[in-house]
Design a protein around this ligand. Sequence first.
Ligand SMILES: Nc1nc2c(ncn2[C@@H]2O[C@H](COP(=O)(O)OP(=O)(O)OP(=O)(O)O)[C@@H](O)[C@H]2O)c(=O)[nH]1
Ligand SMILES: [Mg+2]
Length: 450
Amino acid sequence: MNPTIAALATPAGEAAIALIRISGPLSESIAGDVFSRVCPPPPRQACLGHYHNIDGDFVDKVLYTFFSQGHSYTGEASLEITAHGNPLIARKILDDLQDRGCRLADPGEFTRTAFLNQQVDLAQAEAVMELIQAKSEKALSVAQHHLQGGIGKKVQALSKKLINLSANLEAYIDFPEEDLPRENESGPLTQIREILREMDKLIETNRHQEALTYGVRLVILGAPNAGKSSLLNNLLDQDRAIVSDSPGTTRDFISERITFGSMSLEIIDTAGLRHGGSSIEKAGMKRTLEIASSAGFHLLVLDTTTTSADLPPEILKGLTASNTLVVENKIDLPESQQHSKKLAELDHLRISALTGQGLDELKKILQEKLEELIDLPGEEAVVINSRHRKVMEKGRSLLQEGQQKMTAAMPMELVASDIRASLETISSITGKAGTEDILDEIFQNFCIGK
Ligand SMILES: Nc1nc2c(ncn2[C@@H]2O[C@H](COP(=O)(O)OP(=O)(O)OP(=O)(O)O)[C@@H](O)[C@H]2O)c(=O)[nH]1
Ligand SMILES: [Mg+2]
């Protein structure tokens, strides 16, 4: 008999309510015993009841909902109990459920059970966590699409093409004596090239995963005193960083996360870059260089009242028109700024972080530039995760091996075997060829009760 698992599905601590989830064969009898009612309780109906523990002691007045087998999140008979949100009550109920034969659920075990009972495919199961952790509207809409099986559909379409390709190859294997003309092979070769292109497109989407999951890393760079911290405070709408007229005020980086339009941003203010400086300043600059290399986007702040900023070449190297906006600051003062040739290639915007002039325009343009970074095609957008990418790359290289063998006129059996291996490999994205190890790795990152 499968175990019956139980867990608190809402955060631990004081709250309006606490939801306890139970899934497994004991769900029905527990509902009957705890609430002394005839079994089975009406499915999918919230009922008011008094929770009495196994010794008959009253615990709480609760709402409970029973879900019959095949009609629940996990696919098993399930029971949800909504108690008052006191952690002591939740504890008492969970203790009692263990006395009645339940086991505490492992992280992600409800969703893992749903996957094992074919309620969702593996990519959908992963999307549950994506949905819970989404920090921006964009991430949320992509996760919703994944949860509705968006990734599974893409994999299915690719699998269909691989199956079709295998079927075409059978002609060569089954009728070798027919001596099919060599030019007929251009059919399968064209098919392979098309599938490889589609695999590449899907692999490409993975580069957006980090930005969607953790937000785009926006690094504010510039010479000391240029107004970087003033700009950070403006973008955050709060006095987060110390602003002063002595150069070298910011020594260590300052990082804040915000929602910016439909995106999530990690904004980092850095120590000013210049030659020389104290050893502390130098250590700060070293950090700035490290952080700049991990940036998704840069705001390069120039002080228009001084002559051209002397920026290190390793910083300038990483700045491109698509990942940088040059912010000419202090336009409320007389100017004397000369731009270096490299900076002239980048988009410039003029502001005063002191008076606020140009800031609305800056926010608007920044939003547009960030949107361009994650150019997803609307509702149907799919962004595969790192596990999917690894699997897809393996499937791709197997298919390429087949392509090479075919081009080298090697026996078709060998080509067909590579295609089959590629097909089998990519099916592990949705879990059709999943192993326990893969499942353990995926679900260990889930929260308990999910
Ligand atoms: N007039 C004027 N002053 C500004 C403007 N922006 C910043 N400042 C002033 O310039 C000085 C330096 O500003 P910060 O924001 O601390 O500059 P920073 O780039 O963070 O400097 P470091 O942390 O030392 O690298 C402060 O006195 C600010 O008030 C501006 O647009 N106009
Ligand atoms: Mg500063």
